[in-house]
Design a binder for this molecule. Structure first.
Ligand code: GTP
Length: 307
């Protein structure tokens, strides 16, 4: 089955998310593709609803899909599995942590249906310095901007018409300081980024199967590894393996046969804590590891070991 490509658009309030989203929708419509759109608003009303009157749009209101209404996003993704959409565009609230949205797309229930292409983060050039200022902003805002930049696979510096060249240089320097890896960065007004740049696949999930022993080519910046995993594993083994990857794997989740039972368990691993619960659905067992610059070979080796 062909997976549905997904783009996540994030960025602080007013940075230009909806502008970029509309740009993408126009493009897909011209190509006769049906986009599905998930719009998230903190409040109980989406004032921009009219802009999407002709689209397959789902609004998630009253909270942030990255935290308080995470369940709504999961429910929506579940319902979209059987919809005839060609691409899915998700716009988070201005205060969303996009990594949380990414992690939901990597969930074992969704990873075989949706294929995350890019995490597009938008920065408002005309407000960035103010938001970064110790005097004019808060610790929370600064942390959020950092998260939105760190999560990006493509960074758009928008609204450059509103700043001088000197200010823009300063914004650029500050952003580079926030980055802990190379992220492609484009400057623009009104979100006008060439589509081949906007739509490029930049998030890479590498798939590994149990029998996979041959050599592989290398990918840069592997965000996640998905392993088909039908072999039973004990809770202790799983925990130890995950802990031994501590510096690389920030988050893991999956569906496994635990111990020698024939029951499937879903597991979640975050902040070095493993939790498991039995599931009833008949999902195919898999382990998903989420981190930065993961080494497929190292992970394969580790899981092939018997203990
Ligand atoms: N001057 C200028 N205005 C822009 C630019 N890009 C977007 N805008 C305007 O800025 C306002 C906010 O843009 P949106 O695309 O709605 O921003 P958003 O991030 O979706 O906003 P929220 O949903 O409120 O977080 C709109 O009035 C846009 O027309 C730009 O490059 N320059």
């Amino acid at each position: 089955m062909k997976k549905i490509p997904v783009y996540v658009i994030s960025g602080f309030l007013g940075s230009g998310k909806t502008t970029v989203l509309l740009h993408m929708i126009n493009h897909f419509k011209k190509e006769n593709k049906q986009p599905g759109i998930i719009l998230n608003e903190l409040g109980d009303e989406n004032v921009e609803k009219h802009l999407f009157s002709e689209e397959k749009m789902i609004e998630l209101l009253n909270g942030c899909i990255c935290c308080t209404i995470q369940g709504d996003l999961k429910g929506t993704l579940q319902s979209l599995k059987n919809e005839p959409i060609d691409v899915l565009l998700i716009e988070g609230t201005g205060v969303a942590n996009p990594l949380e949205i990414r992690d939901i797309l990597f969930d074992p229930h969704f990873i075989d249906t949706f294929e995350l292409q890019s995490m597009i983060s938008i920065v408002d050039a005309s407000h960035y310095l103010e938001y970064q200022s110790f005097f004019a902003s808060s610790k929370e805002i600064r942390a959020l901007l950092k998260e939105q930049i760190e999560a990006a696979s493509l960074l758009i510096i928008n609204k450059i018409d509103l700043v001088s060249e000197k200010e823009l240089k300063k914004v650029e320097r500050k952003i580079l300081l926030e980055m802990n890896r190379d992220i492609p960065m484009y400057q623009t007004t009104h979100g006008e980024i060439p589509l081949e740049i906007l739509l490029e696949k930049r998030v890479h999930v590498v798939e590994v199967s149990e029998q996979d022993h041959h050599h592989h080519h290398h990918h840069h910046h592997i965000e996640a590894i998905k392993m088909k995993w039908a072999k039973p594993i004990t809770r202790k083994q799983l925990e130890e393996k995950l802990k031994s990857l501590a510096t690389k794997v920030i988050r893991a989740k999956g569906i496994v046969y635990l111990d020698t039972s024939n029951d499937l368990y879903e597991f979640q691993y975050a902040a070095k804590q493993l939790s498991v619960h039995k599931i009833k659905e008949n999902e195919s067992p898999k382990i998903i590891l989420i981190g930065k610059d993961l080494s497929k070979e190292e992970i394969e080796r580790l899981f092939q070991e018997e203990n």
